[in-house]
Design a protein around this ligand. Structure first.
Ligand SMILES: *[C@@H]1O[C@H](CO)[C@@H](O)[C@H](O)[C@H]1NC(C)=O
Ligand SMILES: *[C@@H]1O[C@H](CO)[C@@H](O)[C@H](O)[C@H]1NC(C)=O
Ligand SMILES: *[C@@H]1O[C@H](CO)[C@@H](O)[C@H](O)[C@H]1NC(C)=O
Ligand SMILES: *[C@@H]1O[C@H](CO)[C@@H](O)[C@H](O)[C@H]1NC(C)=O
Ligand SMILES: *[C@@H]1O[C@H](CO)[C@@H](O)[C@H](O)[C@H]1NC(C)=O
Ligand SMILES: *[C@@H]1O[C@H](CO)[C@@H](O)[C@H](O)[C@H]1NC(C)=O
Length: 433
C-alpha cells in the first residue's frame, strides 16, 4: 500500500507539472491571439468579406452613382443580374393573401437573388447592399477597419482550428477578418436605426427598455469620422444620450430592433435559412410583408441565443433536432453597429417607386420624416459625415486622371473636398498608433 503510493507520487508530480506548463502555454497563445485579433488591420477590396453584393434591378437609375462611389472609395462591388420577375413569380409569392405590396415583393425577390449568388459563389461571408445607399469617404480607410477590429474582439476567431481539414489552421486566420464565422449570423452595418424598440408616428417607443449597454453584449469604440452629436439623426441623438455614449463613438451590440435591410453582413448558414425557412418567397397569413421585417423577426427570435454560442449553453435550440448542429438557434444571432456606416440616400426608395406606379401610397416613414429638415441643412445623407449623395465626387466616364485624383485625395486621404468643407487631412496612421 505504502510502497505503491510512494511510487505514484513522482508520477503525479510530473503530470501536474506537464499540466501547468501546458496551461501556461495555452494561456499565452490565447493572449497573443487576442492582441492580434483586436489590432486594426486595413480592409481589402471587398471590405474583409468574401464579396460585397448589390441588390439592384436592371436599368436602375441609382446604379451608376453607386458604382462611381465604390470606385472612388476603391472597393469592388458585385451586382448579380436579376431575372425578369414575371406576374407568375409575384402571384406565387402573394399566395392568395391580402395586403399586397408589390414593390416590397420585388425587393424581397431581389434580396433572394443576391443571397443565392452569394451561396453559389462559395464565399464564407458577404455584405449585401441595396443600391440606394450612401457612405462616408473614410469607409474603407478608417470605418471598416475599426468596426472589424471590434467584431474580432467580440467574436474572436478560433485560436486552434476546429476542423480536421489539413489547411484549416492556415486558412482560419486569413479569412476571419470579421471574427469567427460560426459565432454570428448577421451584422447590420447599414440600417434606418436600431432604437431598441418599435418606431411609431410619435418616434421610438422607450418605455419598455432600460437603455443600459452594460446589460447587453457590446463593445464601444472611438470613431473620429462619426458626425458630431448634433448632426446625428434626432432619434440617434436621443438614443445615444440615453445610453450615455461618449462623443464620436460607435457601439457594436447585439441587435435589439434593427430597421431596414440596406446593408447587412451575412454568413452562409444564415443565408441558407433566410431563403428556405426564415424569409421564404411566399406571404403567410399575418406574416411579414417586407424582407426587412422578416429579417427583423428572425433576429428577434435569435436574440436569446448567445453569440458566440457555446454548444452546452443553448437556451433555445433549433426546433429541428437534425439541424441543431448546423443552426444553433430558432432565429438568427444578429449584431448592430450603432450608428450605422450605410444609410439610404434621401428621396424615394425603389420600393416606393414600384409601389407608386402600381397605385400604392408611399407615405414617408417616421424615421425619414424626423430627419427631413436636417438633411436639407446638412446637405448630407442621414448619419453620414461626408458622403456621395448629390453627385459630390462624381467623375466623367473614362476620365482616369479625375478618378485617380479622387481615389487618392478623397478615398485614401479622406479629404472632404466639398464647398466649405475642407477638413484637415485625417491621418490614418495616427489613428492606428
Ligand atoms: C468601378 O467599379 C466597378 C464595380 O466594382 C468595376 O466593375 C469597375 O471596373 C470600376 N471602374 C473603374 C474605372 O475602376
Ligand atoms: C478580403 O478578405 C476576405 C477575408 O479575409 C476574403 O475572403 C476575400 O477573398 C478578400 N477579398 C479580396 C478581394 O482579396
Ligand atoms: C446597467 O446594467 C449593469 C449590469 O446589468 C448594472 O450593474 C448597472 O447597475 C446598470 N446601470 C444602470 C444605470 O441601470
Ligand atoms: C420563432 O421561432 C418559433 C420556434 O421556436 C417559431 O414557431 C416561430 O414561427 C418563429 N417566429 C419567427 C417570426 O420566425
Ligand atoms: C449640396 O451638395 C452638392 C454636392 O456637394 C452641391 O452640388 C449642392 O450645391 C449642395 N446644395 C446646397 C443647397 O448646398
Ligand atoms: C478629366 O478631368 C480633369 C479634372 O476634372 C479635367 O481637367 C480634364 O480636362 C478631364 N479630361 C478629359 C479628357 O475630359
Amino acid at each position: 500500500m505504502l510502497a505503491s503510493r510512494k511510487r505514484s507520487t513522482p508520477l503525479l508530480l510530473a503530470l501536474t507539472l506537464i499540466f501547468i506548463v501546458t496551461w501556461y502555454h495555452s494561456r499565452d497563445v490565447d493572449r497573443t491571439h487576442e492582441q492580434r485579433a483586436s489590432s486594426v488591420i486595413p480592409a481589402n477590396r471587398t471590405l474583409g468579406f468574401g464579396a460585397v453584393v448589390v441588390v439592384s434591378r436592371d436599368g436602375s437609375e441609382r446604379r451608376h452613382s453607386l458604382v462611381q462611389a465604390a470606385n472612388v472609395t476603391d472597393f469592388d462591388l458585385t451586382i448579380p443580374k436579376q431575372p425578369v420577375w414575371t406576374e407568375g413569380h409575384v402571384q406565387r409569392f402573394i399566395n392568395g393573401q391580402d395586403d399586397v405590396q408589390k414593390g416590397s415583393i420585388l425587393a424581397w425577390l431581389g434580396h433572394h437573388n443576391a443571397l443565392r449568388w452569394f451561396l453559389n459563389s462559395g464565399a464564407e461571408t458577404a455584405l449585401i447592399l441595396e443600391d440606394d445607399v450612401d457612405w462616408d469617404i473614410r469607409l474603407r480607410s478608417i470605418q471598416i477597419p475599426l468596426a472589424a477590429s471590434a467584431a474580432r474582439q467580440l467574436l474572436p476567431p478560433p485560436a486552434r482550428p476546429r476542423s480536421h481539414h489539413p489547411f484549416a489552421s492556415f486558412r482560419s486566420h486569413q479569412t476571419q477578418y470579421w471574427g469567427d464565422h460560426d459565432a454570428w449570423d448577421v451584422v447590420y452595418l447599414g440600417h434606418c436605426g436600431d432604437y431598441f424598440d418599435e418606431v411609431t408616428e410619435d418616434g421610438p417607443m422607450t418605455e419598455h427598455q432600460s437603455y443600459n449597454l452594460s446589460a447587453i453584449p457590446h463593445i464601444l469604440y472611438r470613431d473620429p469620422t462619426l458626425p458630431d452629436r448634433s448632426d446625428l439623426h434626432p432619434f440617434t441623438q436621443s438614443l445615444f444620450g440615453m445610453l450615455r455614449m461618449p462623443q464620436k463613438s460607435r457601439a457594436l451590440h447585439r441587435s435589439k430592433f434593427p430597421l431596414c435591410s440596406f446593408g447587412y453582413a451575412i454568413t452562409r448558414p444564415a443565408a441558407e435559412r433566410l431563403l428556405s425557412e426564415l424569409a421564404p418567397p411566399q406571404y403567410k397569413v399575418n406574416g411579414p410583408r417586407a424582407f426587412d421585417v422578416a429579417l427583423l423577426h428572425a433576429c428577434n427570435n435569435g436574440s436569446n441565443t448567445p453569440s458566440p454560442t457555446p454548444p452546452w449553453k443553448d437556451p433555445r435550440l433549433h426546433p429541428d433536432p437534425a439541424l441543431r448542429r448546423k443552426y444553433p438557434s430558432p432565429g438568427l444571432r444578429c449584431w448592430t453597429l450603432n450608428s450605422e456606416l450605410f444609410h439610404h440616400m434621401p428621396g424615394h426608395s425603389l420600393v416606393d417607386e414600384i409601389g407608386e406606379s402600381s397605385g400604392e401610397e408611399p407615405g414617408i416613414p417616421p424615421v425619414d420624416l424626423a430627419a427631413q429638415a436636417q438633411v436639407v441643412i446638412r446637405n448630407e445623407t442621414t448619419n453620414i459625415n461626408c458622403g456621395f449623395w448629390n453627385g459630390a465626387f462624381a467623375f466623367q466616364k473614362d476620365n482616369m486622371t479625375q478618378l485617380h485624383y479622387l481615389q487618392e485625395h478623397v478615398g485614401r486621404q479622406g479629404q472632404c473636398l466639398k464647398e466649405g468643407r475642407k477638413l484637415p487631412r485625417d491621418s490614418i496612421q495616427q489613428l492606428i498608433d
